[in-house]
Design a protein around this ligand. Sequence first.
Ligand SMILES: Nc1ncnc2c1ncn2[C@@H]1O[C@H](COP(=O)(O)OP(=O)(O)OP(=O)(O)O)[C@@H](O)[C@H]1O
Length: 580
Amino acid sequence: MDAVELGLLDYFQKVCSSIGKYETGISNIILLSNSYKYQCHYDVYKRKILFNEDSFNWMIQVKWDDYAVPNSCQSAQSEWIYTRPISHKGEHKYFLAIVYPEKNNKKILQILELLAKQLSYQLVTQPNLKSLFLQSKYQQQITNTIEEGYLTVDQKGMITFINQTGTSILGLDENELVGQPLVEMLPNFNPSPLVTLQTKENWVNREVSFHLPKGKIHLIFSVTPLFENGLPVGIVITFREMKIIMKKLESLVSITPIFQFEDIIYKSRSMQDLVKTAKVAAKTESNILIEGESGTGKELIAQAIHNQSQRKGKPFVVIDCSSIPRDLVESELFGYVDGAFTGARKGGRLGKFEVANGGTVFLDEIGEMPLEIQVKLLRVLQTRTITRVGGHDPTPCNVRIIAATNRNLEEEVEYENFRLDLYYRLNVLQLTIPPIREREGDIPLLAKTLVEVAANRSNRHSPTISLETMEILENYSWPGNIRELENVIERAILIAHDVMEPEHLPNYLLTALVNSDKRKPAQSINLNNANSIREKEKELIRNTLDHVYWNKSLAARKLGISRSNLYEKIAKYNIEQVNR
Ligand SMILES: Nc1ncnc2c1ncn2[C@@H]1O[C@H](COP(=O)(O)OP(=O)(O)OP(=O)(O)O)[C@@H](O)[C@H]1O
């Protein structure tokens, strides 16, 4: 085991640099291990000095004439090497050597003696703490490659080691820290991590802030106490910068909002008005409520707003209020402190609002939010702070809320399922996205564009859409809106060649066409031949009418369509009653 492993070299270097600070005029103090004693390179000129056993009795004279050193570099004809042993259990383990031009300089002798004593003492008291973590140089190198700051403190509270990541996080030099009391260098730990030597417990993911020369830093740290033969020897503190953790969490929790206003496909007047208002909303900081049926593009609009707002580039965190178990909503949103509840993770947890700080929170399905959480959300919006579950200290939180719902929130307020005060807070700007069946001219445009997108994605030639197919698409009510249209097209693309025909569409669309004033499929007809769709419909209507002896009300009921719709179809297909 050498001086590095024993931690002696660090200590030695530290002491030497402090000697340098007091300007004793001494330089070139060398720490020699026992194995080096017969040969040593010792100064800037790489002069090699041969030692023998006697060399360790205080002092030897070196005549520079014997060495190939240019005259200009020599301050004296000869110099003296003072040496002093560093002993451990009566054995000379190391030697200190100082090169000095004068013989018997008392000050030098005193310093050397003192230093050797201090180092010998260090050998006895330093319980090889370092060797516990750094059993080899490889391990030391590993500690320098890990992403966490890594600091060891002996049982007396003195810092004994810090890795490179640690020094760069703290913005302090290894020499400034090692050998110094932890409480002086990093005073904000409260309680001191050394407490763990008594409690014998690990601390996980605690938070602390320091004002250091680098500025204010916010750390997440963990502490592991170390024992050797049951006796406390020190602690290891691992730490990371909060802002780095936040960045990582952001990438896990937030999504990259990819949509811009240019990606929204529309033509209809109603969508033109909506996008215009959304663009105005993007310039403001107000909360926004987006209402619309499922799949109408609420999240798409929310992303486009975020990307055109001042918060672009900041987190965009999506919280689906309907998918979080009721009793976890609060901690998911606002986080919790250590020990907040049974089963809570040690060290607490950040909430999504904290992660979204500076950015946008997209609260999807806000209508599903439990009433008790609505109160807490209201408080966040009013105070612009969040308080973790089980915590008392509010933390500033700057987020913009874009809430979305496919319910009629005003009605939910009337039914007392949603708080009126929260509704007002969220509804500063309201956008209502119309369903696609109400967007005049949008379906053909959407269908054509989505066919191209889907064909491109699956590396296929993009088919054209036949008139008949387009008619079916336009007449369907699309309860699942654009998401449903996307799915239908995605599937059709796989089976269509040059032209997308009705046979490439799912049967339920064709059936629904027959029942076009009802939004759910009624009697299913299996239409495989595209050209026969009208014929099949005509046949179905005629058969039904014949079956009920042309009682049109009854036929309409059986077909699941309205009487007026039946009259329209009879006229359209020119169906006549055949006298039997
Ligand atoms: N106008 C549009 N142009 C192009 N794509 C659209 C348009 N509107 C919606 N989409 C696409 O439709 C799909 C559904 O949109 P989105 O998830 O935004 O709907 P939503 O209203 O938030 O749905 P839900 O209420 O079910 O959460 C997405 O793939 C989206 O890209």
